[in-house]
Design a protein around this ligand. Sequence first.
Ligand SMILES: C[S@@+](CC[C@H](N)C(=O)[O-])C[C@H]1O[C@@H](n2cnc3c(N)ncnc32)[C@H](O)[C@@H]1O
Length: 145
Amino acid sequence: MLAFVDNLSPLIAERRILQPTRGLCLALGTLSPSICERDPMKSASQLVVFMHLLNAFSIDPSRASIYDPAFTLLDKHFLGSLGLHIPSSAKDISATLRLEEPTVVFLPYLPYPAIEQLFALNWDRATLSNLIIVGPKYEGWLDDE
Ligand SMILES: C[S@@+](CC[C@H](N)C(=O)[O-])C[C@H]1O[C@@H](n2cnc3c(N)ncnc32)[C@H](O)[C@@H]1O
């Protein structure tokens, strides 16, 4: 995955897609082992990938946001200590999801309704092309439903 990230920046330049100047990660999951049935190492590895993505595009962490409703206070404290912006209020979350600049959006298994919300908030010519999505292959993204 890290090798893929390393190849992404040159690929984007080659295809003449705008280089992202901001980062966004949604659905990382909690890093706190005690409240988590899943393996929190999965989220930890995904965080490494996200930080590597920011680095690959020379995006300072202060220009990146990370959000998951499952974050604990400890998660927020730790992620904040990395310099990442963690939206808190509903207004702040909506503003964060509206992408005014080319943004590399890392979605490690974001549920469909939240994906729809992300697209709906950016569903116009000016902002849709700001989404540079890195994530799993979602079957049916192009379905009418
Ligand atoms: C299938 S889990 C993936 C967790 C982790 N990335 C993994 O691979 O194990 C989906 C995650 O999406 C989060 N989520 C749900 N709605 C969200 C939203 N609107 N914005 C961001 N994250 C959301 C959930 O809290 C959950 O942590």
